[in-house]
Design a protein around this ligand. Structure first.
Ligand code: M6R
Length: 608
């Protein structure tokens, strides 16, 4: 999705903006641009394609000045092209805007200017906002933006600048995320925190329906009706280095290798030696768990797959019904959310539009809302009654890896906390689970040390048309995620399904040599999964099993076996996910794909 950066200060704006846009590349984009004010001159440079095309232009004609805005665009209205790239200007060129999100009434707004005889240079829904702001301008950019926002409808973050008031940037937020980074004698704006981290970790969040006036001295926030907003900044303790590749060829690989640390940090200090679970940010009172009648889980993509694991953990440990729904489905249902319910909304970014909408719907229906997210201060975290932060650090690769594993660990902690509070787990059981959890970082590290088999197997599946992932229970949940990872970055067609489902139709597609990846960690259904394995083997499938290192049985049936250390079955997904992530990585590497920014995908899906 689109990315925004803005800068006012003493540094050369061009380099701050380009570096910021580089940090936002992971969001996925198809064009980039920036505008810088120098004296009373507005200068704009933009180009379709990767940031290197824009920097080539800037190498030829650098843009001097200390105030500017930049943007990476992910096309929604109009094809990727130079003309559709942001920033967009009014006819005089004095006003520029960049924008994330969608202006729903842009055609109606355009009509007015077409009637006045203007021709638009782009097909975007953004360009018209520069026209509206110029038309509303009476010497004060903030007033003009405020009036423009009153005329626009949709979900967006808008940033505007004019050569008539150098040294000032005005931005407004209606749903799409926007943050301010406060430095000394310099101020930054961005859609995502990592873009400002090299300069400051003092962050101020702009909320929906607010407008922010940014100068080198700081930022003033008001609501759209002009009420001043007093909000303290918060400090983000992410290390900017964690948003760098640090010697790895790809962010995805680096993030896969960070997982032992991420597991450790997500558990860190949350279970004490006497078995009590203290989750900072989660405070639902003593009787909540006892009275809990149902848990809803909602999320999209990888976060949804993490929720599939959570569903089973909560059901097993708490003995309460758990329903999981894709957020984009739930938001348009009329769900029966009644009684004492907890809705767990899972989102790495905390900004996924569908997840936010589904979470709000659950809250409106009287559910308590718990956010499981990786981004401190994200919209989801602010909407929720309780927040459990995963501590994965910034995840840059579009294909989520470490955030997924952190979500699994976060849900394990929640299940233990709720289980203890509900009287389903006694202290010694909690201590036992804690001990198992604490062994996971070392075991994940062991998985990462023995990756040769995975890389070998990757070579053997690069050229297939289709492949299948099967498993039962938690193994099925992991299979879903393994399949998605592979699709995202290798572009191979793969499908995941419960092992018992194959014979109800899909088995017709399994022929001589079809690769079938079988996840086999759940002991209570081991024999059942082996039966599924034999069914595909009998049709000539090439079976790749993922099993515990001490499982001697599996080698009798599988062509290749990927091994993971044994752990409590309920935590096996944490370890089983890792080789499947690596498998996807190595296949994509073999095929020469853009691993960190796969085609058509964006890191954070902030539009519907
Ligand atoms: O930020 P979120 O966790 O809400 O994102 C949800 C999905 O868009 C995300 O998990 C997506 O499926 C990833 N590309 C998966 O790798």
């Amino acid at each position: 999705m689109c990315g925004i950066v803005g800068y006012v200060g003493q540094r050369a704006a061009q380099s701050v903006l380009v570096d910021g846009l580089r940090t936002l590349e992971y969001r996925g984009y198809d064009s980039a641009g920036l505008a810088i004010v120098d004296g009373d001159q507005m200068q704009v440079a933009k180009a379709q394609g990767k940031l290197s095309r824009l920097t080539a232009l800037l190498d030829e004609t650098p843009l001097p000045g200390n105030v500017g805005i930049g943007h990476t665009r992910w096309a929604t209205h109009g094809v990727p092209s130079d003309a559709n790239a942001h920033p967009h200007s009014d006819p005089t060129g004095d006003f520029v805007v960049v924008h994330n999100g969608i202006i729903e009434n842009y055609l109606a707004l355009k009509e007015h200017f077409v009637e006045l005889g203007h021709d638009f240079g782009s097909d975007t829904d953004t360009e018209v906002l520069a026209y509206v702001i110029a038309e509303e301008y009476d010497g004060d950019l903030k007033n003009a933006v405020r009036k423009a926002m009153a005329r626009a409808t949709g979900a967006y973050a808008l940033v505007a600048m004019t050569a008539k008031e150098p040294g000032r940037i005005v931005a407004a937020r209606m749903i799409s995320p926007l943050i301010v980074g406060l430095g000394s004698d310099e101020t930054f704006l961005a859609s995502d925190i990592p873009a400002v981290l090299p300069y400051t970790n003092n962050i101020l969040v702009v909320e929906d329906g607010e407008i922010v006036d940014v100068t080198a001295d700081g930022a003033n926030i008001e609501t759209l009706d002009g009420t001043p907003v007093e909000r303290d900044p918060f400090v983000v303790d992410w290390d900017p280095g964690r948003a760098e590749k640090n010697g790895y060829d790809h962010f995805m690989l680096k993030e896969i290798y960070e997982q032992p640390d991420v597991i450790e940090q997500t558990i860190g200090g949350r279970i004490s030696s006497d078995g009590s679970v203290e989750l900072d940010g989660v405070d639902w009172g003593e009787d909540f768990a006892v009275n809990l009648e149902k848990i809803w889980i909602t999320a999209c993509g990888t976060a949804y797959h993490a929720g599939l694991v959570g569903r089973e953990l909560f059901e097993r440990i708490l003995r309460v019904p758990v329903e999981i729904a894709y957020a984009h489905e739930l938001r348009y249902r009329d769900p029966l959310i009644t009684g004492t319910t907890l809705t767990l909304a899972i989102s790495q970014s905390g900004e996924t539009a569908d997840t936010l909408a589904a979470a709000r719907l659950a809250q409106e229906n009287g559910s308590r809302l718990l956010a499981l997210t990786n981004v401190v201060g994200s919209t989801l975290s602010r909407d929720a009654d309780d927040v459990l932060y995963t501590r994965a650090g910034p995840e840059i690769a579009v294909a989520s890896t470490k955030a997924y594993v952190a979500m699994l660990v976060g849900q394990a902690l929640l299940a233990i906390k709720l289980g203890a509070e509900r009287g389903m787990l006694n202290d010694s059981e909690v201590v036992e689970m804690k001990a198992e959890l604490q062994e996971l970082p070392a075991k994940a590290a062991a998985v990462l040390e023995s990756t040769a088999e995975v890389a070998e197997i990757a070579k053997t599946i690069c050229d297939v048309d289709d492949l299948y992932f099967i498993g039962r229970g938690l193994d099925f949940a992991v299979a879903m995620e393994g399949s998605l990872k592979l699709k995202e970055i290798s572009y191979l067609h793969s499908e995941a399904m419960p092992a018992g489902e194959l014979k109800h139709g899909t088995l017709a597609l399994v022929t001589e040599g079809t690769p079938v990846i079988v996840v086999l960690t759940q002991q209570h259904i081991y024999d059942k999964t082996i039966s599924g394995l034999q069914e595909v083997k009998a049709r000539g499938a090439r079976v790749i099993a993922l099993a515990y290192e001490d499982d001697l049985e599996v080698a009798k049936y599988a062509d290749r076996v990927i091994r993971i250390p044994r752990t409590a079955d309920m935590f096996a997904p944490v370890l089983a996910a890792v080789p499947l992530q690596l498998l996807a990585y190595h296949v994509a590497l073999e095929l020469g794909h853009d691993i960190d920014q796969p085609r058509n995908l964006a890191k954070s899906v902030t539009v519907e």
